[in-house]
Write a protein that binds this ligand. Structure first.
Ligand code: ATP
Ligand code: MG
Length: 657
């Protein structure tokens, strides 16, 4: 079978244009004409976006490319991210507009706590918090760590740090003591903010204990601020630990801290990538370029309007939360939902009830969440009214066409724009996506659509640009605002990982295909491509074929060495609720995939499991499965969500090999 044939199974031919959108939708050709203009006049384009922010001092040079790949944007300009996200709205009619609708996880017959903070509230809290941080003697450029659950204090501390020009590093509150210590050591943080605990699936996670353990492995942190959240008993170390509420009682209620005029290229934060592939990298983001990119993407991708209720279901501990819970929506003066806990606690419809109760209109979620909802069944959705939703996007992994269709029908009512935004920690914001806030091209289930205005993206191989329909590596061809400044403490690694493979371009590490309309289909990580009988197939392509089977909710595919074919695929599948695993089903699935994908899709085996190893951000960790399969060390698993999933894979082997 030729490569061409195997690719016909990608759903590229399918186009869905909802009636209600027809007037807004444009032909991809016209989009590309417009897009080309933004590339040909790239600096002018970005200047026009940056001008819409409020700068204390205008920039002198749009892009400094004297030392590539260490580009600097809007050099000479001065601004403050906290001022942009808070003060500007506080000083406008939005003063009493709700900024955050925060919902705690604990549930009786309704949520036990819902807190609404207006921009005025946010302004007060951020100022008081900045006042407090200042009292620790922290100065511009100092680093602090934040290890908090999803409570309002998390964005408040980030905004307060930004106000003072402190560089913060947020560590996801699901991470272990070791992971926390590694990151704090690498960043050289002086102060750490944490909580007495956090709620997760009705249980308290003892965050302070984890912090105490982490600090045994750290020397840089001198002070710890502890937020009371769960009321659990915690050990407080004298001279090091203080409760936030004790400290706050010393801070005047009307405290005001002048926002620092930071330089555009000053770092705003260091964020460690999730570590799906190995040792975490401390990605450093600037201020001016980053805020400019967020402004563009909030408008183009989310089409945010003042009457919207926006909800991003990610955790602030990931870049998605940094950009699209904290800095992006607040920069735009949004009203947004921030939810503390598990989307399916105490019942699988918790997230739907949040949409219904708060009348969420814009939803930003992930394929892993959608596949979980699929497994739980549609009745959890249909018992609620989701008609407030007018726009959906997903992020984190490729979205399998089957999951896309399912969610589009049930939540999108087959009429709202629903895209899959491709980007990564390193890019700072969305790069490839549908743009309902600009020109919207027709949807296709599972695609990432076209690069945003101003963003140069291509699919290449060692010889250069590949033809449409051919697989290759995804690169970004132009510097963009929001790009990393460097990897913290390791500029050589920054050059090596991203800029050496394809000189002059940023190598994303993802495998992709561009179809005849110019749409991008990100097929997953370049290091997760199988080579079966000479054909390159993304594990994700086979997983998507599996998910089309009505009994399957989730699937992970890995390659294992094979003497005849070079490599063969093995599948691990989670069945939908109520389906019984047996040999007959296995044969049927094998047939199904072969019929739908082509004869090349032969699985050495299909294993039924109830869990897959995933990162805490919900991505399948195929390298862990591969390691079990080849009996080699599993490596760094600090980002693994549930150790039991690895045992399941081990057991699956014992049973079937
Ligand atoms: P690490 O780099 O530490 O291994 P990570 O790559 O999972 O971790 P992130 O920066 O959070 O950390 O994720 C970016 C990656 O997620 C992308 O490189 C891509 O593989 C995948 N991704 C994100 N969004 C999409 C999407 N919409 N479609 C396809 N893939 C996506
Ligand atoms: Mg990555």
């Amino acid at each position: 079978m030729s490569n061409q044939e195997s690719e016909l199974n990608l759903p590229v031919k399918e186009k869905i244009v909802p009636e209600s959108l027809k007037t807004k939708t444009i032909d991809p050709k016209d989009y590309l004409t417009f897009h080309k203009l933004t590339l040909d006049n790239n600096l002018e384009f970005w200047e026009s976006i940056a001008k819409e922010l409020e700068w204390f001092k205008p920039w002198e040079r749009t892009l400094d490319s004297s030392n590539p790949p260490f580009y600097k944007w809007f050099v000479g300009g001065e601004l403050n991210a906290s001022y942009l996200a808070v003060d500007r709205h506080f000083r406008s009619w939005r003063r009493n507009k709700v900024a955050l609708i925060w919902e705690g996880e604990p549930w009786d017959s309704s949520p036990r706590e819902v807190r609404k903070l207006t921009y005025l509230d946010l302004f007060r809290e951020v100022n008081k918090t900045a006042y407090l941080l200042k009292s620790y003697g922290l100065k511009r450029g100092d680093k602090i760590g934040i290890y908090l659950p999803m409570i309002p204090e998390l964005p408040i501390f980030m905004l307060a740090a930004a106000r003072l020009g402190l560089i913060f590093s947020v560590v996801f509150s699901g991470f272990s003591a070791q992971a926390l210590a590694d990151r704090m050591n690498d960043a050289g943080a002086k102060l750490l903010i944490t909580a007495d605990g956090g709620w997760r699936r009705g249980k308290v996670v003892q965050l302070k204990e984890i912090v105490d353990k982490a600090l045994e492995m750290n020397k840089s942190i001198k002070d710890v601020i502890v937020v009371r959240r769960t009321g659990s008993e915690v050990r407080m170390e004298k001279g090091r630990d203080s409760f936030l509420h004790d400290l706050m009682s010393q801070v005047p209620n009307n405290a005001y801290v002048e926002p620092e005029r930071v330089k555009s290229e000053d770092p705003l934060y260091i964020l460690y990538t999730s570590g799906t592939t190995g040792k975490p990298k401390g990605i450093v983001h600037d201020t001016g370029g980053y805020m400019t990119l967020l402004h563009l993407t909030m408008r183009q991708v989310f089409d945010l309007r003042d009457e919207d209720v926006y909800w991003c279901t990610a955790d602030v501990g990931w870049v998605t939360g940094h950009s699209y819970i904290v800095f992006g929506p607040l920069l735009e003066g949004a009203t947004e939902v921030m939810y503390e806990g598990a989307l399916d606690y105490p019942e699988p419809d918790r997230w739907v009830s949040i949409i219904e109760r708060h009348q969420v209109s814009i939803l930003y979620t992930s394929p892993t969440a959608i596949r979980t909802f699929m497994r739980q069944g549609e009745r959890w959705i249909t018992k609620h009214d989701v008609s407030s939703i007018r726009l959906i996007h997903s992020v984190g992994e490729p979205i399998n066409p089957e999951a896309w269709r399912w969610f589009f029908k049930l939540v999108g009512r087959e009429q709202v724009p629903f895209g899959s935004t491709w980007w990564m920690t390193e890019t700072g914001g969305i790069m490839i996506s549908h743009t309902p806030g600009g020109y919207l091209v027709p949807m296709k289930p599972g695609t990432n659509a076209l690069p945003l205005p101003g963003i140069g993206a291509e699919v290449v191989n060692e010889e250069g640009k590949v033809k449409s329909g051919e697989k290759g590596y995804l690169v970004l061809t132009k510097p963009w605002p929001g790009m990393p400044l460097t990897i913290y403490g390791d500029p050589d690694r920054y050059v090596k990982v991203y800029w050496e493979k394809f000189p002059g371009a940023f190598y994303a590490g993802d495998y992709a295909i561009k179809d005849q309309d110019g749409y991008f289909w990100i097929l997953g990580r370049a290091d997760e491509v199988l080579k079966i009988a000479g054909h390159r197939i993304g594990t994700y392509e086979l997983e998507s074929a599996l998910i089309q089977h009505p009994s399957i909710a989730e699937a992970a595919v890995v390659g294992v060495p094979d003497q005849v074919r070079g490599e063969v695929a093995e599948a691990f599948v989670i069945l939908r609720s109520g389906v019984e695993p047996n040999q007959g089903l296995k044969d049927e699935i094998n047939r199904f995939v072969r019929d739908n994908f082509g004869p090349i899709a032969v699985f050495k085996d299909i294993h039924f499991v109830s869990k897959l190893p995933k990162t805490r951000s919900g991505k399948i960790m195929r390298r862990v499965i591969r390691a079990v399969a080849s009996n080699s060390p599993i490596g760094d698993v600090t980002t693994l969500e549930d150790e039991a999933s690895v045992d399941e894979i081990r057991n699956a082997y014992k049973e079937f090999m």
